[in-house]
Every structure is written in C-alpha cells, then in structure tokens.
Design a protein around this ligand. Structure first.
Ligand SMILES: CC(C)(COP(=O)(O)OP(=O)(O)OC[C@H]1O[C@@H](n2cnc3c(N)ncnc32)[C@H](O)[C@@H]1OP(=O)(O)O)[C@@H](O)C(=O)NCCC(=O)NCCS
Length: 232
C-alpha cells in the first residue's frame, strides 16, 4: 500500500480500527511519518485479514513472540492464516499466507544509509565481491534486494537481531534467487523460497517463505488502507 494518498479520511477509518494498546502506541509517536506508517499498517493488516475470515477488521486481536514477531491471537481460534508486516518511507506491506513461516520487508531504492559501512555486516564475502564492482542505482538495487530478502527471512523465522544475516547468502544471478546458509544458521536453506518484487517504482520488497508443499505462488495486490471488500 503506497502512502502517497493516505489522506485524512483513510487515517480516520484506520484509527477507528485500533485496539486500546495500538491507540496508545499511535498517540506516543513523535515522528509524523512513523505515526502514519504505524497507523496505515494496522489498518492494512486488519482489513486484509478480514478478506480471508469472517471477522470484522476491528475484532482482530494480536499477540507477539518474545522477539516481537506479531501473530493472530490464539484465542480467536483462527488456523491456516499468517502474516508479516513492513513499513518504510512511502510504503507499508502486509504478506498473508496459509503457512506460518512468511516474512516481508520493504525498502526505498534510494535509501541513503551508508551502504559501504553497512555491507560488511549484511553481505556475505561473495555478495560483497559483487557489490564492490557496482556503482550508482545498480549498486543500491543490488544491496537492497539482498537486504530485503534477508530481513524477510529474519522476520519469517521470527527471531530478530540474533540471526547473523551475512551468513544467509543469496545468489541473485538466478531467478528466483537461491539461498545458501552458513553453519551458524541452524536451518535448511532448501526449505526456503525467496522472491524480490518491485511493487512501486521507488521500492524493493523482499519475500521469504518456507512453503510446506514446495510451491510458492505470490499474488501481489495494491490496495488502499481499507480494502473495500469487507465493508462493501
Ligand atoms: C525486527 C526487525 C525484523 C524489523 O524490521 P525493520 O526493517 O526495522 O522494520 P519493518 O517496518 O520492516 O518491520 C517492522 C515490523 O516487523 C514485525 N516484527 C517485529 N519484530 C519481529 C520479529 N522478531 N520477527 C518478525 N517480525 C517482526 C512487526 O510487525 C513490526 O511492525 P509493527 O511493530 O508496526 O507491528 C528488524 O529490526 C531486525 O531485527 N533486524 C535484524 C536483522 C538485521 O540485522 N538486519 C540487517 C539488514 S539484513
């Protein structure tokens, strides 16, 4: 969901969906862009989940694991429905899946974060060798394609900062990308499917999914905060 047209009506509609704690968090934001991203992603996840189950957007309840990974509250008795969220400048994203190990991450292609300094912490030696040969937008895109795929994997695992992302190596020469994990990653890389999407001109979105039946089908959907179907 691009945030360009997240106007006051959409904001008001999203505000009405928030739980008490979500409203408290919303009210505590000092940064206006961060507040709007938080509000938009809450509206997005609630209205999106309501496409798949007969539960009104305002009635979803969420819990989180000890690393902060959100999930649908067990008390709702919903099975086979899982999600992952990302918010960044100009875009919020919600990936919904029938299986639990799903992650999404979005970044602006022009994000200025000192890539050369970040590269040693994020990229594998092989990825860095390639990165060092690149320049300009190609270099930005290469870095943020890897970054978003790795972040998506971290989110799908739900473990947070403890995972050494430079040990997750991705081969972008093939499509879809193939992953190789170092010994420090206690996981089997062959379980995972990675996809990089350009959902807007300005953003790169990474998806990581451990699909139980080995087939990953992604249906990208561009939307406003409040998806029409649930209240149409
Ligand atoms: C927690 C983390 C995954 C959040 O990612 P982010 O890029 O800062 O922010 P995003 O907007 O994309 O994602 C935030 C959302 O992820 C979800 N999230 C938070 N902790 C999570 C976790 N442990 N696992 C999965 N999802 C998590 C939440 O929904 C959160 O949004 P919310 O607080 O509004 O509900 C990230 O900060 C992190 O731990 N990174 C460590 C990995 C690393 O070193 N990456 C370097 C680049 S590859």
């Amino acid at each position: 969901m691009p945030l360009d047209d997240f106007g006051v009506d959409d904001q008001a509609a999203c505000l009405r969906l928030l739980s008490g704690p979500e409203r408290d968090r919303h009210d505590a934001f000092k940064s206006e862009p961060a507040r709007l991203q938080h509000l938009a992603v809450r509206g997005l996840v609630r209205s999106t989940l309501s496409r798949y189950r007969d539960i009104a957007p305002e009635h979803w309840r969420f819990d989180a694991n000890r690393h902060g990974r959100p999930f649908i509250d067990d008390g709702l008795g919903v099975s086979g429905l899982h999600f992952s969220l990302s918010h960044t400048h100009g875009l919020v994203a919600c990936a919904v899946a029938t299986f639990a190990e799903i992650g999404v991450d979005a970044e602006p292609r022009d994000r200025d974060v000192g890539l050369a300094e970040l590269a040693p912490a994020v990229l594998s030696p092989r990825e860095r060798t390639r990165f060092d040969t690149m320049s300009g937008q190609a270099r930005q895109d290469f870095f943020f394609t890897l970054w978003t795929l790795k972040e998506a994997y971290v989110k799908a695992r739900g473990v947070g900062l403890s995972l050494p992302v430079k040990k997750v190596e991705l081969d972008l020469e093939v499509s879809p990308p193939i992953a190789d994990f170092g010994d420090e990653i206690d996981d089997d890389a062959s379980r995972w499917a990675f996809r990089s999407l350009r959902l807007t001109d300005r953003h790169i979105v990474g998806i990581a999914a451990a699909v139980p039946d080995d087939e990953l089908e992604i249906v990208p959907r561009r939307t406003r905060a409040i998806n029409p179907p649930w209240h149409a």
